[in-house]
Write a protein that binds this ligand. Structure first.
Ligand SMILES: [Zn+2]
Ligand SMILES: [Zn+2]
Length: 567
């Protein structure tokens, strides 16, 4: 049991209490306890009863529940709730936009207890007829069900990274004499991973195989396995595992072949042969040698996507990719002024302690009331606090920013005199997300043409595996950013990774800079920047085209120059 799982189980029990109409006071007390725990800094696993009792909103019964969760992964009240809930209902509860109240109505009125039944009821139009639902809700449910079905068994790279690293080291311990590497989509650092793929190279294949079969963290599926491939599933996660076996002599070329995408492998290296055909010759002893021998510049593994990289490598035009250490500051961050967990001072001091030269604070703007958006008075107060902190922390610098909501008509969220008080403005869409491509694009184009917009935030609003973004005309948006010198964010939160890496090269070619922004809502959030760097590298991002690779002085001049040149 860990901190996150305990929070998840508490959340589930709240949903189930609502579903089964339990005492509203009890539900509220659980809810406020959960909120306190989520907001707090401490790992629940490290807190004893006395420490838990100190936390706002945590009473005796919740402390007991937490203690039981730590030991037995459940607690009696949750057990009895689960007992009276069909498992299909639990699945339905996870569908976005369907709260416990709606799920209860569906269950009572239409007898729906599985996602399959729910889909049928939606398709026959029955759901729309229920009071409080309507056509629109029905369409949304269908969309979300389809989205969920197409995403089951898939993981965010960041969520599966640790499990795959552990698997790799466990297998290396188990088979110390073989060559072993993680291959597949994970090796290319794709944003979404649907299986762990491992390559084992050895001249004692049978020994390696029986070793693997004895590994009890994987449930092997013999029916799907062959003489040179073992397939199964990690027991404690819904993650498929494929182990490929080859001779020691084949290891290198197999590793390269299994780590590249199909499009890369079918790409032509010269007039006659593809990458795949060249690899099969197995006439090289290192990856570098393979590329040199075939007249190509070295292509880093994460770029082997078949996305134009071979052509660039032929012409020696692959850029030198951005690295973590190139980032000199962190833009787009939230504090307790809006919906962040840590104060402005904490966010600044921690940023400085990590060795960065500057921090860009951009809390939510006033229309984002759900996220504690700043009214004008609060903006003034925050800017005064920034001035004080800047005196204290110099030469470290906090830049005054805002994440301004892009309103329905594409305008920004404050009058011009307030907008003019910021060093930079991140413009983002957070509301009215169901737009068609024309409307979404026009809304963004208007925001981009606003002279106060410095950075376009998470351009599509997507949440990977959870919600499709609104459709946008990427070319039109990027071209407009070029025309108005607006920087595009690569939101580094692993759920977002938006701008998508597939558009990075086009943006750079138009002269549009990108910013690797963690959108941190707490100090730990800064760590997400590494995912932004990974995804930027996949798209070919360079240090020169990255806004926050500028030094503190350079970016201060950049912001000042933009403001001076307001059109
Ligand atoms: Zn945002
Ligand atoms: Zn944000």
């Amino acid at each position: 049991m860990d901190h996150k799982t305990i929070l998840k189980k508490l959340k589930l029990s709240i949903q189930l209490m609502e579903l089964h109409d339990e005492n509203p006071f009890k539900i509220r007390s659980y809810q406020s306890a959960l909120t306190s725990l989520e907001r707090g800094d401490q790992d629940i696993m490290s807190l004893n009863d006395a420490a838990l009792a100190q936390i706002n909103g945590i009473g005796k019964s919740i402390i007991e529940a937490i203690q039981q969760l730590k030991v037995s992964e459940t607690f009696p009240a949750l057990d009895s709730l689960l007992e009276k809930t069909p498992t299909g209902i639990l699945e339905i509860l996870q569908i976005k936009g369907l709260g416990p109240k709606k799920v209860k109505t569906l269950w009572e009125e239409l007898g729906i207890t599985s996602t399959h039944e729910l889909m049928e009821a939606c398709q026959s139009g029955k759901v729309a007829l229920i009071k409080g639902f309507g056509e629109k809700t029905q369409d949304t449910i269908i969309q979300n069900l389809e989205f969920k079905a197409s995403n089951s068994g898939k993981w965010l790279y960041a969520d599966i990274e640790e499990a795959i690293a552990k698997l790799e080291s466990a297998l290396k311990n188990l088979l110390p004499k073989v060559q072993l590497a993680v291959v597949g989509d994970f090796a290319r650092k794709l944003e979404i991973i649907s299986k762990a793929e491992i390559l084992v190279g050895s001249d004692q294949l049978e020994t390696a195989k029986s070793g693997l079969k004895s590994f009890d963290e994987i449930e092997w599926v013999p029916a799907e396995s062959g003489p040179k491939t073992l397939r199964g599933k990690l027991k404690d996660l819904d993650l498929k595992v494929t182990v490929h076996l080859c001779t020691a002599a084949d290891f290198l070329w197999k590793k390269m072949a299994l780590s590249a995408s199909k499009h890369h492998l079918t790409g032509l290296v010269d007039d006659t042969e593809t990458v795949s055909e060249k690899l099969k010759k197995n006439d090289f002893s290192s990856e570098e040698e393979f590329f040199t021998k075939n007249g190509l510049q070295f292509i880093p593994t994460e770029m082997r996507e078949g996305f134009g990289e071979i052509e660039l490598a032929k012409e020696n035009k692959l850029p030198e990719l951005l690295q973590d250490a190139d980032l000199k500051g962190i833009l787009h961050n939230h504090s307790t002024y809006s919906d962040g967990k840590h104060s402005l001072r904490q966010m600044a001091e921690y940023c400085k302690s990590l060795g960065f030269e500057y921090l860009g604070i951009s809390d939510h703007s006033r229309t984002a009331s759900y996220a504690g958006g700043l009214d004008i008075e609060k903006v003034i107060k925050q800017q005064a606090e920034i001035d004080e902190l800047n005196k204290e922390l110099a030469p470290f610098k906090i830049f005054k920013g805002i994440e301004s909501d892009i309103l329905g008509d594409g305008s920004l969220d404050y009058p011009v005199d307030v907008l003019a008080s910021f060093d930079f403005v991140v413009a983002s869409i957070h509301s009215i997300l169901n737009m068609d491509v024309k409307r979404a694009t026009e809304r963004l184009l208007r925001a981009i043409s606003n002279p106060y917009t410095t950075i376009l935030g998470h351009p599509t609003g997507r949440l990977l595996l959870r919600r499709e973004g609104y459709p946008i005309d990427h070319r039109a948006i990027i071209d407009a950013c070029a025309a108005h010198q607006v920087v595009i964010e690569i939101n580094a939160n692993p759920w977002r990774l938006d701008l998508d890496w597939r558009w990075v090269r086009y943006a750079m070619d138009q002269g549009v800079k990108l910013a690797i922004n963690p959108d941190a809502h707490e100090m730990d959030g800064y760590a997400d920047m590494k995912y932004g760097v990974l995804i930027g590298r996949k798209g070919g991002l360079t240090k020169e085209m990255t806004l926050n690779a500028l030094s503190g002085e350079e970016i201060a001049a950049y912001f000042a120059g933009r403001k001076a040149g307001l059109r």
